[in-house]
Design a protein around this ligand. Structure first.
Ligand code: ADP
Ligand code: MG
Length: 293
């Protein structure tokens, strides 16, 4: 294509809410055959709310909310913000942690009100020999079967509760995925969340291929693995932890509603955070490059 045609293409993209970093990006867009989608914040809204609280035995619900809420208040993860907001709404001011550590892709730990508290995946608590009792485990499984995320909470050596947060699938996601398929692209879901939740979300939006429980640092390896299989890969993401994968992909697309780090790593920004704009971008580049040889 002539430089002028490409510039016209990028200009048209801007009108559609698709910001393209440079005209050369359109070339790579044309060859894409696989589109990898981050779950939280990309396929789903990423705006989570605390929906259910389960306590073990004689654990006080307000104390569970104060300790988990206070600890999560120090984290910027969407799950953490939902827990802190839900806890504040119910018990008021939350204590401030004396120490805090974020364990990437797993959860948080810290000392708060004199207790050593963990909140995150069940496997994080298991690393510290804290195990959910039967009631908590079945509450967790029921929540996950509905596509919700269950966060295990423990302190002073024991698992003591489960907090359920739920995110919503964006109303436009299923339509976007149908459009990818019409364009001949294979959609793939990639998430750090657990297998059950990931499969539920994938089924709801029409994705057959799922990579779940992928640690933030390993997301890039999934992209590389697909490329090694001969795929030309587009990746759509929003989070800090998506940036390396966005850079590795043949085409990186960031949600305009996402983090600056993701936007910087990407070739294309979808201004409105609507996944259908990714299909628009691919259609546009094929049109731009197809009409002018
Ligand atoms: P995604 O890939 O869907 O954006 P992440 O990689 O950020 O998800 O997180 C993976 C999983 O780790 C979450 O589903 C959650 O179970 C756990 N997790 C991460 N951060 C936190 C936190 N601050 N509090 C509780 N759990 C967390
Ligand atoms: Mg995300």
């Amino acid at each position: 294509a002539t430089p002028t045609a490409l510039l016209v293409g990028t200009g048209r993209g801007a009108q559609m809410g698709v910001l393209i970093k440079g005209p050369e990006v359109l070339e790579s867009t044309r060859k894409v055959d696989t589109i990898v989608l981050d779950k939280t914040g990309t396929v789903t809204t990423g705006k989570m709310t605390l929906t259910d609280v389960y306590t073990a035995g004689d654990v006080d619900r307000a104390e569970l909310l104060r300790l988990a809420g206070g600890l999560e208040d120090a984290s910027e993860h969407p799950i953490a913000q939902a827990i802190a907001a839900g806890a504040t709404a119910e018990v008021g001011d939350l204590p401030t942690p004396e120490s805090f550590e974020n364990i990437e892709g797993k959860g948080v730990q810290g000392v708060i009100d004199g207790h050593a508290v963990l909140a995150g995946r069940e496997s994080l608590l298991a690393d510290w020999s804290q195990h959910l009792d039967e009631n908590l485990r079945s509450a967790k499984q029921a929540a996950e079967a509905e596509g919700k995320t269950a966060i295990a909470v423990g302190w002073d050596g024991q698992a003591r509760g489960v907090l359920v947060v739920s995110d919503r699938i964006k109303p436009t996601s299923a339509q976007a995925i149908a459009q990818f398929k019409e364009l001949g692209l294979t959609p793939v879901l990639l998430t750090g969340d657990n297998q059950t939740v990931a499969e539920q979300v994938a089924a709801d939006v029409g994705i057959e291929q799922v990579y779940a429980e992928v640690l933030p640092k390993d997301k890039v390896d999934v992209v590389t693995e697909l490329q090694n299989q001969g795929k030309v890969v587009a990746m759509v993401g929003d989070g800090v932890n998506d940036a390396p994968a966005l850079a590795q992909a043949d085409l990186g697309l960031a949600m305009g509603t996402g983090t600056d780090v993701a936007i910087e790593a990407a070739d294309i920004t979808l201004v409105r955070g609507d996944l259908r704009a990714a299909a628009d971008a691919i259609r546009l580049s094929r049109k731009t490059l197809g009409t002018i040889k």
